[in-house]
Design a protein around this ligand. Structure first.
Ligand SMILES: [Zn+2]
Length: 91
C-alpha cells in the first residue's frame, strides 16, 4: 500500500498507483482528498517515449512487442517505487 500525503494512512493500493497517468488524479479512499503523481513522473515518461520510438524503428514482429512489454513493465515499476504521490493542487 502507498501512504496518502494528506492523511498519512496507507490507503492506496499499488495497482491503483500503477494505473495512474501523469494528468490523472485519484481520490484517497480514506480522506477523500485528491492525489496526483509528482512532476518526477515526466522524467519517467519522456525516456519511455524515446524507447518506444527506438523499438518501432529497430525491431519487427514478436521481438518488438516483447521489448515494448519490458519497457512498459520497467516504467510501471519506476512509477510504483520511484515516483511519490503528492497532494493535488486542485484540492
Ligand atoms: Zn488520504
Amino acid at each position: 500500500m502507498v501512504t496518502c500525503p494528506h492523511c498519512d494512512q496507507k490507503a492506496i493500493s499499488w495497482q491503483r498507483k500503477m494505473s495512474m497517468g501523469i494528468a490523472r488524479e485519484i481520490t484517497c479512499p480514506n480522506c477523500g482528498k485528491k492525489l496526483a503523481l509528482s512532476w518526477l513522473a515526466w522524467f519517467n515518461l519522456i525516456p519511455y517515449c524515446f524507447t518506444i520510438f527506438w523499438i518501432f524503428d529497430h525491431t519487427r514482429g514478436w521481438g518488438m512487442w516483447l521489448l515494448i512489454a519490458i519497457a512498459l513493465f520497467a516504467v510501471s515499476l519506476i512509477q510504483i517505487f520511484g515516483i511519490p504521490l503528492v497532494k493535488s493542487r486542485k484540492s
